[in-house]
Design a binder for this molecule. Structure first.
Ligand code: TYD
Ligand code: MG
Length: 453
């Protein structure tokens, strides 16, 4: 009997009984393609002949201390991995094409090799000579990294089984193909099968596998999201093309905190670590200008100061625009609504642009107050007090809610030479750490304090 085909979304991997223009699981357009289904496993009999073995959890615990994590020496990468690379783990590094994934992982392979691990870099995208040229440019030509240019998964697994390296980097999963699946490389079923086999290899042979996945825009190639659930750790490499900053973000981590970020700068000689991101994000800040507010945020376990920039301008009748970069647009709509309903400050008939400087994406509700401050400052054309950081969550009633890690935020602000902080009343602060604190219970009080309205 001919296998019936299934329709799979190349963005999120959801399966559909028939084709449609939009995937109702992830909302992506033109991402559904027809594919042969994966094998359903051993047919009719639901019970296998052999039973799997089980071990008592208690017996496991004391048998052996967990093998230590390995630090690569690339501090920002180690931080995002949750304190170094875990042996026998599977990690996915996703990102837009050209963002710097291959550069990062070649540098990581070299760093792991220098740290005493045997590391193999498998490329399916470039010829060995190209990788060598890149290594030369990065000053890594002498690093003891083994290099393979190969796309057939069976050959790769055979090689890895011989070498038994500590780290294997596969660049990228979309170029690899497994002969167990009849589908083109890059299709959802191929990408899943390849990730599955490599993850299994990692677990059974003790090799840490790092998979590279391109975020794709066209519908035929599967994106990294379709294998996120198979791996232990998912990292995304983000950044604006025009900016030199690159952010490595952990969105899933079985061995450490998610949401941790590492900050890099793309230079002529590869990626350089940025140990003090706050200083970098604020470095090209002009003197306090209307529309600018510095937010004291927390990314993962680390405080980071970033600047919100807002512009408010009269809009052509009936066509007010809301444009946001680096922040959630529905959250912006909420803050505009609260400003109007609770403080009587309307933004109707005005274009509103909001931007996070430096290309960082902020997801914390703690940034609400900084967004409101930037918007008000732009609207009133009045700069906020110099040397002031802002943070706090805004509720629909207009009340300001204290947020976590207040002290860490204040400490970071003070370290960078700020002298004042505007924050919600009842925030847990001890002694104020030498900053002048402006604490307000609601948004109306905040507007009065900052803008004397
Ligand atoms: P690459 O690592 O090839 O991206 P990806 O693997 O994510 O597709 O990086 C490509 C970009 O990085 C390319 O536009 C050039 C830039 N680059 C530098 O600026 N400096 C460098 O030292 C290197 C190696 C690349
Ligand atoms: Mg690449």
């Amino acid at each position: 009997m001919a296998k019936s085909m299934v329709f799979t979304c190349t963005n999120c991997g959801a399966q559909h009984p028939r084709w449609s223009g939009q995937c109702d699981a992830c909302g992506e357009w033109n991402s559904i393609v027809e594919e042969a289904p994966l094998s359903a496993g051993p047919g009719k009999k639901s019970l296998g002949a052999r039973r799997g073995t089980t071990i008592k959890l208690m017996d496991l615990a004391t048998a052996e201390a967990p093998p230590p994590r390995t630090l690569s020496g690339l501090g920002e990468l180690d931080r995002v991995l949750g304190g170094g690379l875990v042996p026998a783990s599977a990690t996915l590094v996703g990102g837009d094409p050209g963002i710097g994934k291959s550069t990062l992982l070649l540098q990581a392979a070299a760093a792991f090799a220098e740290a005493g691990l045997s590391s193999v870099y498998v490329t399916g995208e470039e010829a060995s000579a190209q990788v060598r040229m890149r290594a030369q440019r990065l000053g890594l030509a002498q690093a003891p990294v083994k290099l393979a240019a190969e796309t057939a998964l069976r050959d790769i697994l055979t090689t890895l089984d011989e070498l038994r390296p500590d780290v294997a980097i596969i660049d990228s999963i979309q170029t690899m193909w497994s002969d167990k699946v009849e589908a083109a490389p890059g299709s959802v079923s191929q990408v899943r099968a390849v990730a599955q086999e490599l993850t299994t290899f990692a677990k059974s042979r003790g090799t840490s596998v790092i998979l590279v996945g391109h975020v794709t825009k066209e519908g035929q190639i599967a994106g990294p999201r379709v294998v996120e659930h198979m791996v232990d750790t998912v990292l995304y490499f983000e950044g604006e093309r025009g900016h030199q900053f690159r952010i490595l973000r952990a969105v899933k981590n079985r061995f450490g905190p998610a949401d941790e970020i590492g900050v890099f700068e793309m230079t002529g000689g590869g990626l350089a670590e940025v140990a003090n991101p706050s200083a970098l994000f604020l470095s090209d800040r002009e003197q306090p200008a209307p529309g600018s507010a510095v937010f004291a945020g927390i990314e993962g376990t680390r405080p980071v100061l970033v600047e919100f920039q807002a512009l408010v301008a009269p809009a052509p009748a009936g066509q007010a625009r809301r444009s946001v970069v680096g922040w959630d647009s529905s959250r912006l709509a909420m803050i505009l609504a609260v400003l109007e309903a609770r403080c009587g400050i309307p933004f109707a008939g005005m274009d509103v642009y909001l931007n996070v400087a430096g290309g960082l994406r902020i997801g914390e509700p703690a940034a609400d107050l900084a967004v409101a401050a930037a918007l008000l400052s732009a609207r009133e054309d009045v700069a906020l007090p110099a040397g002031c950081v802002v943070f706090g969550e805004i509720s629909l009633s207009g009340a300001l809610r204290p947020v976590g890690q207040t002290e860490n935020r204040l400490k970071e602000a003070q370290k960078l030479g700020f002298t004042e902080a505007a924050l919600p009343a009842r925030s847990k602060t001890s002694a104020g750490q030498g900053l002048r604190l402006r604490q307000m219970g609601d948004l109306t009080a905040f507007v009065g304090d900052m803008f004397g309205a």
